[in-house]
Design a protein. Structure first.
Length: 403
């Protein structure tokens, strides 16, 4: 029989031990922890290779050796039959093992010189092939390492039962712990895999959206070029580097038109020729720096202004928001924009009289907010007459004072 060393076995345990096959983890731990044992075999069904395999660990010169033992094909049926019949534990002689050879005398070099040993077999159910996975513990007949005083003392029947039950309970607990750790790790891996896939999907969608936006802004730029050259003989063509730069633009259409107009002037200047009417707009001709800075400053200014307004006029600001939301609900329901209906649809319903009172006492603040935020509260600003009257009265007061 040929034997080959499982050389990478120890290297497998550099990270978490439960990342490896549970039976190989227990094989390594047991040979290091148990006294009075020269060798341990483990016979189990390996799901990854879809077959029954046999590993062995042996103490030799105070070092542990781990090997995988090849199983002869003609013995496989007998071995699997042996696996199916086993109970929780049993003590056997070396010649009773289904994979042993009476003529074999050594492994490295004495793997089968176990006639002096008693062998404890522990079995654990395998849900994959509905059989049993087995541990074989080769105990010395000499029991001095278990605390016996005389070298001739042997393990008694009661000693064997106690050892078997303790060892079986210990391995079963450890085996369940490793399997639970692997299941938990599997759930975490599945979660992180889903997160990673979602991130990739979002990034892909963002890239697709950015590409569509880029194409749209380039088309808009070409339309503006035609608009700016309407009636003229000049023809302006966007260079590829200019398209890349324009694709990043996020400002308003008015800013884009201004930048585009300046780029056209630069192109006519740098490519001046009396007989020329076609110009190439290169990326160097465009200056978006001021526009980008303006956009950033505008956003920051709006945020700063809103924070200040919310601090000093928060009640009036919130009241206008609530009326606007109620007005939008009323339109959705097909209701008329009356004080009664809007008051009824507000988050905290109020009467029409209460709305009139609030508009009267907050008129100046309302008018100031309307001037600061011309794009807000469009429904109530344009269609809710009580608010329109409030704005009109607030605008007339300064004129009356001046007169």
């Amino acid at each position: 029989m040929l034997y080959f060393c499982f050389q990478n076995f120890a290297a497998m345990f550099e990270l978490f031990s439960f990342l490896n096959n549970p039976f190989l983890v227990l094989l390594r731990e047991s040979i290091q922890a148990l006294p009075g044992i020269d060798r341990i075999d483990v016979l189990f069904f390996e799901k990854e290779r879809n077959k029954t395999v046999l590993y062995s660990a042996q103490q030799e010169n105070q070092e542990n050796t781990f090997v995988e033992l090849p199983i002869e094909s003609q013995k496989m049926d007998g071995i699997n039959s042996f696996r199916r019949k086993q109970k929780e534990f049993i003590w056997l002689n070396c010649n009773d093992l289904p994979y042993s050879n009476n003529n074999t005398t050594s492994l490295i070099p004495t793997i089968f010189s176990e006639t002096e040993s008693h062998i404890l077999v522990l079995s654990f159910p395998n849900e994959t092939d509905f059989s049993k996975d087995l541990f074989f513990f080769y105990f010395k007949k000499n029991a001095t390492e278990f605390g016996m005083n005389k070298s001739e003392n042997l393990l008694s029947t009661s000693n064997k039962v106690i050892i078997a039950k303790l060892l079986y309970s210990n391995l079963r607990t450890r085996l369940h712990s490793i399997q639970n750790d692997q299941s938990s790790l599997g759930l975490l891996n599945a979660h992180f895999q889903a997160v990673a896939e979602s991130k990739i999907q979002f990034e892909t969608e963002n890239r697709q959206l950015a590409q569509r936006n880029k194409q749209n802004i380039i088309q808009l730029t070409e339309f503006l070029l035609n608009d700016l050259t309407n009636g003229n003989r000049e023809v302006y063509i966007l260079a590829e580097d200019a398209k890349e730069l324009i694709g990043l633009f996020t400002g308003s259409i008015f800013d884009l038109k201004n930048v585009l107009n300046k780029a056209m002037i630069v192109a006519r200047t740098l490519q001046f020729d009396k007989n020329r009417n076609e110009y190439m707009l290169k990326a160097d001709y465009f200056s978006f720096a001021n526009t980008f800075k303006k956009n950033e400053e505008s956003v920051q200014s709006i945020k700063f202004l809103e924070e200040n307004v919310r601090h000093s006029q928060s009640k009036t600001f919130d009241f206008l928001n609530e009326m606007e939301e109620a007005a939008q609900k009323a339109l959705h329901l097909g209701w008329k924009l009356t004080s009664t209906n809007i008051g009824h649809l507000m988050e905290k319903p109020i009467t029409a009289a209460a709305i009139s009172d609030k508009l009267k006492h907050h008129a100046q603040k309302i008018n100031k907010l309307m001037e600061q935020y011309p794009a807000k509260w469009s429904v109530t600003r344009n269609r809710f007459r009580p608010l329109q009257n409030c704005i009109t009265k607030a605008e007339k007061k300064p004129l009356e004072k001046a007169g």
